[in-house]
Ligand binder design. Sequence first.
Ligand code: TXA
Ligand code: MG
Length: 341
Amino acid sequence: MTIVINMREGVDWEKIKIAARFIREGKLVAFPTETVYGLGADALNENAVKRIFEAKGRPPDNPLIIHIAEFDQVYELAREVPEKAKMLAEKFWPGPLTIVLPKGDKVPYATTGGLETVAIRMPAHEIALALIKTSKRPIAAPSANISGKPSPTLAEHVADDFYGRIECIIDGGETKIGVESTVIDLTTEPPMLLRPGGLPLEEIERVIGKIKIHPAVKGKPVKLAKAPGMKYKHYAPDAQVIVIEGERERVKEKINELIKRYKAQGMRVGVMATGDFYKADAYFNMGESEEEIARNLFKALRELDKSGVDVILAEGIEEKGLGLAVMNRLRKAAGYRVIKV
Ligand code: TXA
Ligand code: MG
């Protein structure tokens, strides 16, 4: 059975106690953060953590992020806390930044996917912080979606994937940022960006200097005809996503051309773009700013998918600020089917 707790109006401390008890009992609680919803369990309870992997269908070697509510919890989870970790925490926590540090002995390998490192973040969301504090546990939480599906930005998305399969969902309304946290590995020098996310890389570099970008971050754009196999699919709806990148007017022309072509083949076509009206079967207007586009990204993928389209054409955006995270997610959702015009 799944208890859904409505906290759209803010923290309800009596109800937080119920959810916190579930965490202490090794059960699963989905909760909102400022980025996306997380599927939480006691990070130090190996059996509880294993249930997260089972529920998501997540490969056991893909490590989880541990969520904390006070900086000092870092010392309980990490063996070493370098100066750069303190500088970043000071400036950006609570916030959409995850740091990777050497793993402390208390953290089970189930949580870190067998790695000697541990990923930690302090979320900027009053419900998440209340849950961590009240349960008195660090909480391991991946995004609360079935593995491979778009991350959830609404409690309804969580329910679509997990209703009846987890003990509790806390509904805190729509998440503010809409893409997951930025992940920085501080166990290497220079530090390495492992996943672009809700905190722009430029802002982090202003505090700790140059950061190397892991080659997987930008992926390899390939021509449609040379599209790689399904194994790279992630954040993926059932419909085939195709990203069209390039100068804005030419992108729009290309999208219109593709709509005609796919419709002539009897396919139903969805479009994710900014501003314009398209003669598609379904259209999601993503908004103008990088922030709006990031906030709408996963919702658009889920909604277009529900509308039953066969193909989703998505307009690319510039890779600056949150644009780096948006393009990383879009290209993955497309299985790297990218058309450059
Ligand atoms: O915004 C977020 O980060 C959300 C909310 C719920 O906090 N969580 C999230 O978790 O996105 P998840 O599990 O979907 O993504 C965690 C990412 C994965 O890319 C994982 O490989 C990486 O963090 N990660 C976790 N631990 C790591 C480690 N020790 N070393 C390298 N990467 C790690
Ligand atoms: Mg995820």
